[in-house]
Design a protein around this ligand. Structure first.
Ligand code: AMP
Length: 189
């Protein structure tokens, strides 16, 4: 089972992905976490990504897709993946579909956490107090990330809706409530 956990920044994807991994045993791949790891180690990839992340822009597709493929390829024997923060453009979605197809597998579902914009901004500012992420601390960068989400990432929902595998889950409420809704959606298939 390969699932895309979808939704705007601050919608709870990372929190819920960790809980889904504990329950279903999938491998969690967060491109944001991978970039932060590279930046923390001052690698060439990290330095390249930094200039985009600092502004709340997307890292170019070829860089992101290459990193994602390496991570999948190094997770041999995984019984499924949960993609968090990827794909963020239709080009990334098409690259993912082709890549999984070569491996004889596919995206089984895209599940979008539905949270309205003002709630998201407040959540990210709150997270910024402890996350140590510069892109969580500046409201104009946060608003840019949300604008990028609307312009470039939202179309990914439609890309998978055409394949009839996009679903929405209410992302408001307590962590356990939201997790229950996600599991119910996954178990319905
Ligand atoms: P996240 O932790 O998912 O909020 O990602 C933090 C930042 O990393 C984003 O604002 C982007 O700058 C960058 N990033 C993460 N995933 C992607 C992706 N799939 N495509 C392009 N940029 C990404």
């Amino acid at each position: 089972m390969n699932i895309i956990l979808f939704g705007p920044p601050g919608s709870g994807k990372g929190t819920q992905a960790k809980k889904l991994v504990d329950k279903y045993g999938w491998v969690h791949i967060s491109t944001g976490d991978l970039f932060r790891y590279e930046m923390g180690n001052d690698t060439p990839l990290g330095l390249k990504a930094k200039s985009y992340i600092e502004k709340g822009e997307l890292v170019p597709d070829e860089v992101t897709v290459g990193m994602l493929k390496n991570k999948v390829n190094s997770s041999e024997g995984a019984k499924g993946f949960i993609f968090d923060g990827f794909p963020r453009t239709v080009a990334q979605a098409e690259a993912l579909d082709a890549f999984l197809d070569e491996k004889g597998t596919q995206v089984d579902a895209l599940i979008a956490l539905d949270v309205e914009e003002e709630e998201i901004v407040q959540r990210i500012l709150e997270r910024g107090k402890t996350s140590g992420r510069p892109d969580d601390n500046d409201e104009s960068i946060i608003r840019n990330r949300i604008a990028v989400y609307h312009d470039e990432t939202q179309p990914v929902y439609k890309h998978y809706a055409k394949k009839d595998i996009s679903k929405k889950v209410n992302g408001l409420g307590g962590i356990e409530h939201i997790f229950g809704r996600l599991c119910a959606t996954i178990n319905r298939g």
